[in-house]
Design a protein around this ligand. Sequence first.
Ligand code: F6P
Length: 328
Amino acid sequence: MTSKIKKIGVLTSGGDSPGMNAAVRAVVRSAEFHKIDCFGIYKGYEGLISDDIKKLNARSVKNIVNKGGTILKSARCLDFKTSEGRLKAKQTLDKYEIDSLVVIGGNGSLEGGKIFEEEHGIKFVGIPGTIDNDLAGTRCSLGYDTALNTATEAIDKIRDTAISHHRLFLVEVMGRDAGFIALNTGLAIGAQEILIPEVNMSSENLINSLKRSKSAGKTSTIVVVAEGDKTGDSVFQLANMIEEKLPKYEVRVSVLGHMQRGGSPSCFDRVIGTQMGITAVESLLNGESRVMIGIQNGKINKTDLSKAIKGKSKINKELLRMSKIMNT
Ligand code: F6P
């Protein structure tokens, strides 16, 4: 393996996601395997600016593969959006002679790394670490599988009480402005309707669907709402609208929130985190840069960063059609 780099830095940035620790562990251990020094940068890009950096070795990342969150901590760093902040970050890297970076994060984090690479020539590889799954070039981002299972288990619990009280629940799930979590958990839990930002379902169609649910004699009804959905002003405003138009429904709202970001990563997320971390290091050693590691058709692949960031949505609208069949 020809090494065109001297030292590697690794950081986690943006909203954390389960599996980030598996990827950090893989980066650190594969760097050691290939006899390259590796440094952990804490609190995302903030740690680059504030010089919060520590040399890591294989033992530094023991017993974390099964842990949610990220041992490197994370943050959304506004200073890094400025050229002064990025210059400061570059000076910190120079102090440690770090000339290549692995960034584990979502759209904003990888976008920041791309600008940094263009401005300062740092070799850069991204790993899609976000529960939103809103990056092109990968079938799923790191943490998405775990978040789906977490949200599904949570909504199954809501179903129990909805049945006991014959209620309609609006359940809001995360995803920022993408509907992947809502679409897949909605199908998995038998939602009456799934509201996602990629498809504009009018409130009139929603009301008609809820009327059908009532006349079909259903003993509970769940509507899964992606937090970025625009059918109503908010999930609470939707609930008020439904109560006004359908007084027979007893309506409740449940916002799953940040619990979707936590928990022990699934086997799948641990495996892809490990694959992505090793591939990121070996790509840098091969002199590659400006790529995002992904997984498609079961194979690890690389996508040019400019195509990966906020690429064309790959939402599978076929699942919406199938959900409507299942809510007969
Ligand atoms: O990007 C991951 C995510 O969890 C989104 O789904 C959500 O909208 C956002 O982060 C919440 O951001 P914060 O953790 O800063 O409140």
